[in-house]
Structures are given as C-alpha cells and as structure tokens.
Design a protein around this ligand. Structure first.
Ligand SMILES: O=P(O)(O)OC[C@H]1O[C@](O)(COP(=O)(O)O)[C@@H](O)[C@@H]1O
Ligand SMILES: [Mg+2]
Ligand SMILES: [Mg+2]
Length: 289
C-alpha cells in the first residue's frame, strides 16, 4: 500500500529502505562522539551517522524543500520554500532512544512531513510515522487518510495492519522522568493510573508508544520540576507522535492542549508529551488544570 502523494511516498519509501541499512549500521557504532546535539545531549556515533545518511537521501528528493533533524542546529534548505510553494519539509529524529544502544534495547527513527516551513505546528503535518528496530523492523505510518503498520525487510515495505486504531480498553502505561522530579499534580494522576494499568517503560519513546498503540493505554514524558518544558522535542518527537496517535483514534497533549496545536518558538523546542486513549488524556488534562 503506497501513499497517494508521490513526494510523501518517496520520502516514506526512502526512510523504509534506509531503515534496514540503519539497523545494520548500528553494529560497531555504539560508542559516543565528543559532541553535543542542539539539545545539549552527548551524541552517539550512530546518531550522527544516521542523521547524515537520512539527510543525504531526503535532501535529494524533488519536492522536499527543507530537512531538519534533532542532531543538527539549523534547518537545511534543499529545494523550494515549503511556506511559499507546494514543497514539503521533513523533520526527523534519526535515532530515538539511542542511549539504549549501550544496553542493546529497542530504538526507533521518527519522521514528520510538514506542509509548512520549520518550525511548524503539528497540524501542518501531512504524514508522520516511525520505524521501530525491535526483534523485527516495522514502520507505523499515519497520513490524513489512515494509519498503516508495515514490516520492513530488504528494502520492501509489507502491510501487516491496515487502518490501525488504538484498542478501546487501555492496558499499559509508561511515564518518563524520576518520580521525585514529578510535579505534585502529575504524581497524583500517575498514582491513579499505576493502580489501573500495567507498567511498560523501555527508555525509547518509539518502543513505549508502540506498546500503547498495540495494547491501549498511555505514554507520558511530563513537565518536570527541574525541566518545566519536559525532555522531548516538539518538531522531531511530539508532533509526529501526536499525529500518529491522533490519527489512530487517540489523543495527544502537552498537558493542556493537543500537541498538534502548540505554536513553536524555535526548531529545538521541548514539550511535555502525553499520548494515548482519549479518556486517559482527558483525565490527565483535568488533573493538571
Ligand atoms: O532516559 P529517560 O529520562 O527515561 O528518557 C527516555 C526518553 O528520552 C529519549 O530517549 C529521547 O530521545 P533521543 O534518544 O532521540 O534523544 C526518548 O526516546 C525516551 O522516551
Ligand atoms: Mg528521540
Ligand atoms: Mg534521537
């Protein structure tokens, strides 16, 4: 199953084909480099390598006017201006959860295709998704039409689930940050959820969100006392994941409103991130109000 817009399809196909190579290329690239990304985090060798690989390929696609990544400071202009033409901007988190490389646990690649110049609101996305490097490599892709799960193998993208929707009955939850760093209102909400659902936390947003899409439930990386804006990045993580979960019938929130309606100030803005079954996100927002 392909995407009807040919530029978006080329972006998705390019990321799908690159995923097999990225997975293979992680071998021997588990160390860190002596550099920080624009969020002030130490980069893994694989973060830098995956960004260069995706950047080289995505900037070469006709109809892609901008490329931006969690691993580079500025937007790369590579075609027509997405604000003034029908070109798109592609934003990626080349490796999500790359600290899991050390312990050989799940990681992902996140992407968003925006019909606007970056930084942009999430409601300017026309497609978004992620690759999950689990026991097998899968991609979840959301467009305005539907959400599809694929298995990726040898450059091929094979549909395994059409019209993916979040199960109605929530089962799992995962919350990031240390408990003593949680604001009191979030802690009270978390205590309730802990008594209702089953904990799943793997330290990679993609792995944890895919559990929520599979079983129902919620994932949150809240505002912390020490970090009122949370940890995760709006353009590269919050918007694409919010888009996928909303298209799958769930809700996203920064604590007060849909992630897709948050006005960005800067490319590397952080945001508290909450996604999952609508009823749980409604309760979260009521608890934080
Ligand atoms: O180590 P913590 O605080 O649990 O944070 C885990 C979170 O940080 C991240 O690893 C951040 O993403 P990056 O690896 O892309 O920087 C998320 O995938 C994950 O949800
Ligand atoms: Mg990430
Ligand atoms: Mg990353």
């Amino acid at each position: 199953m392909t995407v009807s817009d040919p530029v978006v399809e080329t972006v998705v196909a390019t990321i799908g084909r690159s995923a097999t190579e990225i997975r293979q290329g992680l071998i021997g690239r588990r160390g860190t480099v002596d550099e920080e990304n624009p969020s002030g985090e130490t980069q893994a060798e694989a973060d830098v390598w995956a960004d260069e690989l995706l950047g080289d390929r995505l900037t070469g696609i006709g109809g892609v006017g901008q490329y931006a990544s969690e691993e580079r400071a500025a937007v790369v202009d590579c075609g027509d201006d997405p604000a003034a033409t029908d070109a798109y901007a592609v934003a990626v988190d080349p490796l999500d959860g790359s600290s899991n490389l050390t312990s050989n646990n799940t990681m992902g690649t996140i992407f968003g295709v925006y019909d606007a110049a970056l930084p942009a609101r999430g409601d300017a996305l026309v497609a978004a998704g992620f690759v999950l490097y689990g026991p097998i490599t899968t991609m979840v892709l959301a467009t305005d039409e539907t959400v599809t799960e694929y298995e990726l193998s040898g450059g091929e993208r094979t549909v395994v689930e059409r019209d993916l929707t979040i199960p109605a009955e929530p089962v799992v939850y995962g919350f990031g940050g240390r408990v003593p760093d949680w604001p009191d209102d979030f802690r009270a909400y978390a205590r309730e959820i802990e008594s209702e659902l089953k904990l799943r936390y793997g330290g990679a947003l993609i792995g944890d969100v895919n559990q929520v899409l599979t079983y129902g439930g919620t994932f949150g990386y809240p505002a912390l006392e020490s970090r009122p804006d949370g940890k995760l990045r709006l353009q590269f993580e919050g918007n694409p994941i919010g888009y996928v979960v909303e298209r799958a019938g769930g809700r996203s929130s920064n604590g007060t409103q849909s992630l897709l309606t948050v006005e960005p100030d800067a490319l590397h803005d952080r945001t508290p991130l909450h996604v999952g079954n609508g009823e749980l996100i409604d309760r979260l927002e009521a608890a934080l109000a």
